[in-house]
Design a protein around this ligand. Structure first.
Ligand code: MG
Length: 254
């Protein structure tokens, strides 16, 4: 079911957005060669407790998950594209790290992701990260009344296609509200002018994620982490936004 939020409800969502942005910022800033993924997860957990927020992940147990997630933040390294389960691993020079975090504050969820490169980057990784970030911004630019969901999807897809990247459509953006995942679905490719008409009060996450080689993924033995089948590296950017009468309100923009 697609929910339309009142302007007052959208205002109530701002603290959740700001909090999620602060956790993505803090964990990204703490990421460096030699830092353990579990230390980054602890930062996220500590910030949740301090803010009085509720983790969207720790008890998360959807049909595709082997068990509750059990950690506070998704950390996906190199060939891990999405849903990376933090484990005892120290970041290495040149690692591509995607940090994806969601939590609720005052009863409202926000969801955001960012990819960084630790240490000395490989040029092709810099390009991948840049393309994925630009795809998110291209999607956000289409998030306004008068457009349709397909305009967002087509804008995201166009950036990837231009860069020669193929797109996996198994996971995409989603409605965000009282819970982390709701309608509408926001595909990372599609046809302009098609799909849901966008109107003020729609709140959803846009989250392009691309891989350098394949568009196919498999689930790691940990039951959660989704990896590229060919070992190629991945990037992922996400913001939660509200459609307004004008420019979209990007709730998770730092
Ligand atoms: Mg997310």
């Amino acid at each position: 079911m697609i929910e339309i939020r009142t302007p007052a409800e959208v205002e109530e969502m701002r603290p959740a957005g700001a909090f999620v942005a602060s956790v993505v910022e803090a964990t990204a800033a703490a990421s460096a060669v030699g830092v353990n993924l579990l230390a980054l997860d602890k930062i996220a957990g500590d910030m949740i407790r301090k803010a009085g927020a509720v983790s969207s992940y720790v008890d998360y147990h959807p049909s595709f998950g082997a068990s509750p997630f059990g950690k506070y933040i998704c950390l996906s390294v190199n060939d891990a594209a999405l849903h990376g389960l933090p484990f005892d691993y120290k970041l290495r020079d040149g690692d591509v790290l995607s940090l994806d975090f969601a939590a609720s504050l005052n009863g409202w969820v926000a969801d955001s992701a960012r990819t960084i490169i630790v240490g000395k980057p490989r040029p092709q990784d810099v390009e991948l990260v840049d393309v994925t970030r630009r795809a998110l911004e291209a999607g956000i630019a289409e998030a306004r009344p008068g457009n349709r969901m397909g305009d967002i999807s087509a804008a995201i897809g166009a950036v990837a296609h231009k860069a020669g990247l193929s797109i996996n459509l198994e996971f995409g953006g989603h409605g965000v509200g009282r819970t982390m995942h709701g309608d509408p679905h926001v595909p990372n490719d599609g046809r302009a002018g098609r799909g849901l008409p966008l109107r003020a009060g729609l709140v959803f996450a846009i989250e392009p994620w691309f891989m350098l080689g394949t568009d196919r993924i498999y689930t790691d033995r940990d039951g959660w982490t989704l990896r590229s089948v060919d070992g190629s590296r991945a990037a992922h950017f996400e913001h939660t936004l509200a459609i307004t009468d004008g420019d979209p309100l990007v709730l998770t923009r730092p």
